[in-house]
Design a protein around this ligand. Structure first.
Ligand SMILES: [Cu+2]
Length: 246
């Protein structure tokens, strides 16, 4: 009986630990979520699986900056992202790394610029562990004449645990959507707050690129993808054939 009791205690505390680690490592986030303009690092998206299921793959989309929504101190910006990040685009390069998944590739726009990437295949990621998807990330430079002191770009992510159509997305354990909650796409996260995407904040180098005097304290810029871009770039295609969603 004593041994049985100890077994139960051990099982209970192991369960408690797993429960705790799930909340500590909640969400899918960049390992380095803030970068100074013009710098480059090897970065990672760190993720866990959907509930109790093995993660089979991941799909990642950066705002393309073409038809993206640009906010300045929370208000819609009349111009384009070029007003703040003149050289934005093609900032992420996926690193070939089979530590978690067998297959991986970049997603590109019509000009060949990388707008996202995917990885999948193989034994998958056990639901008890986290996975780090590795890529090289270059922070664009901030337009010197602009008042931007930071630009936060929202990265949309789908962690796939069952290969289904979009009609199955609301089923528990099928897919974890770290996406906006209000774009009106089948990939929208179901959430009362817009807390899904992984933020990537590019900060201004105030020594090399000081704010114009007229800017005062400067402004905070935010960039969200359009619904059209998410619908176009979120699916996973292998050699031109869409494999997810089905
Ligand atoms: Cu989480």
């Amino acid at each position: 009986m004593k041994l049985f009791g100890k077994l139960i205690t051990t099982t209970l505390s192991a369960g408690l630990l797993i429960g705790m680690s799930t909340s500590i490592y909640a969400h899918t986030r960049l390992d380095a979520s803030a970068m100074v303009e013009g710098t480059r690092v090897i970065n990672y998206l760190v993720a866990h699986s959907c509930g109790e299921n093995t993660m089979l793959g991941t799909s990642v989309v950066f705002p393309d900056g073409v038809d993206s929504t640009v906010l300045v101190d929370g208000q819609p910006h009349g111009g384009t992202l070029k007003d703040f990040l003149p050289s934005y685009g093609n900032n992420a390069q996926l690193i070939f790394n089979r530590s978690a998944f067998d297959l991986m590739d970049e997603k590109t726009d019509s000009l060949g610029n990388v707008v996202g990437f995917w990885a999948g295949g193989g034994v998958g990621v056990p639901h008890t562990l986290n996975v780090a998807t590795q890529f090289r990330l270059t922070a664009p430079t901030i337009e010197p004449t602009s008042c931007a002191k930071s630009v936060k770009l929202y990265i949309s992510i789908a962690n796939v645990c069952k290969i289904t159509g979009v009609d199955q997305f609301s089923t528990e354990g099928v897919v974890d959507l770290w996406t906006h909650n209000n774009l009106g796409t089948p990939y929208d996260r179901v959430s009362t707050t817009d807390d899904g995407p992984a933020p990537w904040t590019v900060t201004r180098d105030l020594v090399k690129n000081p704010l114009p005097e007229s800017c005062g304290a400067g402004v905070a810029v935010e960039v969200k993808p359009s619904a059209a871009q998410i619908n176009r770039d979120m699916p996973i295609k292998v050699d031109g054939t869409q494999v997810w969603p089905k």
